[in-house]
Write a protein that binds this ligand. Structure first.
Ligand code: N01
Length: 541
């Protein structure tokens, strides 16, 4: 149960952490229980969970498989928790995170219902002053953002929304008591991972569902199912092996990318391998060949296979063509997985509207208008994504040394060292910040690595009597160069509408934000930096 916000006398902490999702909870445990620091978490929601606290939309389920979508730092925690399905549903992830909060007694160090509205570095005092929406002021030597990469909802600025007489919702701010779609005319805008999860579930209840598609998308079946007793037992007895593989590979997943090229096999063998991967389902489809994300012609073979699948599933040829009219390489945008997405378009109560050909021009009191038609709607669901990666940080109104705002420092795009620190913002750490692998990996793996690196770094500073750390010299410039080079070595930048590039938010700089060089390589770089005495950082007493 969430705590009521305690009455709080302004005071100093060793560390303030913003956010109580996977990242903030673990960071708190490390700083408070391992380093014995006076650490506090500030959380806007009324409970733990972060992303999973807010994203309660129909069909919300993790695309990573349950046995690797958890913490691995505690063998006991890993072994005592039992997931029920191949992919964990939102409610089950919330039960897990609440269990973790209880097991490690985290709640009394978290202020719930506390939105941070400002964080300012006070150079003479070498501390961060954090202000909350309620007007509280808190101070700390170290400030750690654990605000997630996808937590700032992107509601498009469509004229007339305030005139809509029905109800509208963004998937990332879903009402806790759910939405009743029974018999309603529902419009769903957006066909990313979220829209693709939500559409089939909404279709089952709605009178009619209209999906408004701007960019068609690939999807591979999830093949979700209850976990067998044997599999659960295997997971319980394989903590070390699962932890090892998720930490050793490129994307934090429990599978390696096959070490074979698309061109190593005959067309028949290739088709058979794609069929087998389709039958298995899930994110592992991208791992069939090593060159799917680096060789456009190799990728084209997956594209042909996946588009043919859409044409086989969807009965109406015009709808199938629209769904298969995909403009980017497979997996150049985050690849969705689904449970009956394309099949939903075979229902008589589901229709697809191409809002690339005829764009949305306005919302009216009783529906939505495109350049070609009007659609009467009772409910509009915005599955329109997030101001990803930088949005959650910029909205904190952070100012660093000399009063420079983060917004100004990042006017041309985010610039970090290792996605962990920003020049001019001493003692501020960003868990899974831009420039780190974050969203290109299974998030708990990236989060554990960052939280542990930060805790080790703070421990080092305290032991050495160092009071300040921030990137220095050419470290940021060099790292930004490495982030760009890593992206350019892949097909990822070819998806012009990708949120990885900030392309989904009008006016946002087009910069490829996550580090695409792989989690294992990134981990090694971070370890080298630390073991060489924090190379690239300026440390001062
Ligand atoms: O958001 P998105 P999402 N008019 O940005 C469309 C993670 N996730 O919430 O591509 C019309 O991918 C937009 O169109 P376009 C995962 O990392 C994880 O689906 O910009 N359409 C697109 O189709 C994922 O990648 C899980 O042309 C508009 C859609 O809205 C990330 O969250 C589950 C529009 C937005 O797609 C974000 O996914 C679900 C407009 N004005 C999500 N504006 C897990 O399993 C936007 N769109 C953990």
């Amino acid at each position: 149960m969430p705590d009521a916000m305690p009455t709080h006398t302004p005071r100093d902490y060793d560390a303030l952490i913003i956010g109580a999702g996977f990242a903030g909870m673990y960071q708190l445990h490390l700083l408070r229980d391992r380093l014995k620091l006076d650490a506090l978490v500030l959380e806007a929601g009324e409970g733990v969970g972060g992303t999973w606290y807010w994203n309660r939309y129909p069909g919300a389920r993790c695309d990573s498989e349950s046995h690797c979508y958890n913490y691995t730092f505690s063998k006991e925690l890993f072994e005592e928790w039992e997931w029920t399905e191949r992919y964990p549903q939102q409610a089950e992830i919330m039960r897990y995170l609440n269990h973790v909060a209880d097991r490690f007694d985290l709640r009394h160090s978290i202020h719930f219902g506390t939105s941070v509205v400002g964080a300012h570095y006070d150079e003479p005092a070498n501390c961060w002053t954090v202000t909350t929406e309620a007007g509280e002021t808190l101070r700390a030597r170290f400030l750690i953002t654990a605000v997630g990469c996808l937590s700032t909802a992107n509601v498009p600025n469509i004229p007339g929304l305030s005139s809509f007489a029905g109800d509208w919702y963004h998937t990332g701010r879903w009402p806790h008591d759910g939405v009743d779609f029974t018999g309603k005319r529902v419009g769903l805008i957006g066909t990313g991972s979220t829209g693709i999860q939500a559409a089939p579930v909404i279709a089952e209840a709605a009178g009619h569902l209209t999906v408004f598609q701007r960019t068609a998308n690939y999807s591979v079946p999830a093949h979700n199912a209850p976990l067998s007793g044997d599999f659960k037992q295997w997971v319980r007895s394989n903590h070390a092996g699962i932890r090892h593989i998720t930490r050793a590979n490129t994307n934090g997943q429990p599978f390696y990318i096959e070490d074979r090229s698309v061109w190593d096999v005959s067309p028949e063998e290739r088709e058979a391998l794609y069929e087998a991967a389709w039958a298995k389902g899930g994110l592992q489809f991208r791992a069939v060949f090593r060159d799917l994300l680096s060789d456009k012609t190799a990728n084209d073979t997956a594209v042909t296979f996946l588009k043919n699948k859409i044409r086989q599933i969807v009965h109406d040829p015009a709808t199938a063509e629209l769904l298969a009219d995909i403009d980017h390489p497979y997996a150049a945008k985050r690849p969705p997985i689904d449970t009956g997405y394309f099949e939903a378009f075979n229902r008589s109560n589901v229709s697809l509207v191409d809002v690339r050909a005829a764009s949305i021009v306005g919302i009216t009191p009783d529906g939505l208008r495109t350049t070609e038609a009007t659609y009467k709607l009772d409910i509009i669901v915005f599955a329109t994504g997030f101001d990803a990666m930088t949005g959650p940080l910029l909205r904190l109104d952070i100012t660093g040394r000399d009063g420079v705002s983060l917004r100004d420092a990042w006017a041309a795009g985010p610039r970090t060292y290792l996605g962990l620190q920003i020049e001019g913002f001493p003692n501020l750490f960003t868990i899974t910040g831009p420039g780190s692998p974050s969203v290109l990996t299974n998030m708990p793996v990236a989060i554990e690595q960052h939280a542990e690196w930060i805790a080790d770094c703070i421990s080092h500073l305290l032991e050495q009597g160092i009071s300040r750390i921030e990137p220095a010299g050419d470290a940021v410039k060099d790292w930004v160069g490495q982030v760009n080079a890593a992206a350019d070595a892949t097909l990822l930048p070819l998806a012009s509408s990708s949120w990885y590039l900030g392309a989904n938010v009008p006016g946002k700089p087009r910069v490829f934000m996550p580090y695409a060089g792989g989690m294992a390589r990134y981990r090694a770089i971070c370890e080298d930096v630390a073991s060489s005495g924090y190379q690239g950082f300026a440390l001062s007493r």
